[in-house]
Design a protein around this ligand. Sequence first.
Ligand code: AMP
Ligand code: ZN
Length: 480
Amino acid sequence: MTDAATSPLKLFNSLTRSLEVFQPVHPGEARVYSCGPTVYNYPHIGNMRAYVFADTLGRTLSYKGYKLTHVINITDVGHLTDDADAGEDKLEKAAAEKAQSIWDIARHYTEAYWADVKALNIRQPAHWSIATDYVPQMIEFAKAIADKHCYELESGLYFDTTTVADYGRLARHGTDEGESRIDPVDGKRHPADFAIWRKTPPGETRQMEWDSPWGRGAPGWHLECSVMSEALLGFPFDIHTGGIDHREIHHPNEIAQNQAHSCSDASGARFWMHNNFLVERSGKMSKSSGEFLRVQLLIDRGYHPLAYRLMCLQAHYRSELEFSWEGLGAALTRLKRLVMAAAPVRDAEPAEPADRRLTDLLGKFDAAMSDDLNTPVALTLLEEAAAMKKIDAGQKRATLAAMDAVLGLDLLTIERSDLRVRPKAATIAAEEIEAILVRRKEARAAKDFATSDELRDALIAAGVEVMDGDPLGWDWRLDN
Ligand code: AMP
Ligand code: ZN
């Protein structure tokens, strides 16, 4: 922690719908659990916004001096096509459609997710907890709550949501409200009741199934997060994160299980935090839309993935963020300007910031991040620091490094040329473009504007846009 990190850290707690000062359960530590991906398909960039948010939270906690233990789970079993117990297991369905082993599918998409995590400079958590590694513990947890809180139906073991106090307080709904869209499971006592264990239907076999006191089958999705968070972080722990959709069903159900298991009203985590959605109006984010918006698609179109990280940081995590290619292009230009502004101090020997102008900025930066992770403001402060002239290079470097440790844009390690990603569909090589631009520069120097225009037209015909007159902007980019 720098001396500047002195503002009390306030975070928005979805449980109370208010800002609260962060007080750790264990002094000096911060234990965070983030609901991870269901690995039946590639994550879309909206899913990745949830992990950029969790990473920004984790980086902020580290910067504030807490010893961070972050867990992200990998859901490889139990998540049905409808969050509230209807439909099929997403992984079983994908395996049947692709005629592949479910284990191969889970491995493939877990690795694809990890590649996106790396591309977006999301730090590795202390643990990636894989749901199928915890099935025996899930069965033990279920056994402990079965008598008092569950009932058995032909299809499995169900949690009776009326057995815990104030069910749905996180979502602000009760046991019978807001559930009309859900296909009822035969025999469920209340629409909000949910599966703890799903039995394999008689005569069927599933690729993933285990023996349990309620028959052969698979755990319910909500169970895994209660079990893994307690196993790895203790009870209670500090912060549980997820997308805003989880505030409605998944997290209320985790809380109900936690109340039952702890024989108390404890929700399990002191803070429940939720990021708002990334939205895209034309439906390109839907995983059923063919070429949907994945990090790899952004790269294939020539956008460096950190431009997407910057795009996420430009919005507050609790605001909806609308995706557009223009917006992503603007974020890439902003990132290039930052990288260029930081370049002159990149190799300076870091020195403790003592200059008032820098310490003031660091103080403001700390106040912004401590105000429920106000990254839009923090980014402008980073830009102010990067633009500062006539200042000690070592101090400036240390200031940029301290801010970037929180924002994760890799400002002091990436180079401007790294940000120039060649689109997959490009028909012209970067070297050819550079060579034409050199000829064009010579023509302009010789005031031969006819040749200069001809060369520019040739580039446009090859899908290359050229930018003149802005030394901080891009020089050229491939149009797509
Ligand atoms: P899933 O793989 O469906 O379990 O989702 C992984 C994470 O992404 C969860 O925390 C979701 O709440 C979150 N999420 C899903 N869609 C979006 C979106 N469009 N924008 C932001 N977060 C999302
Ligand atoms: Zn979860």
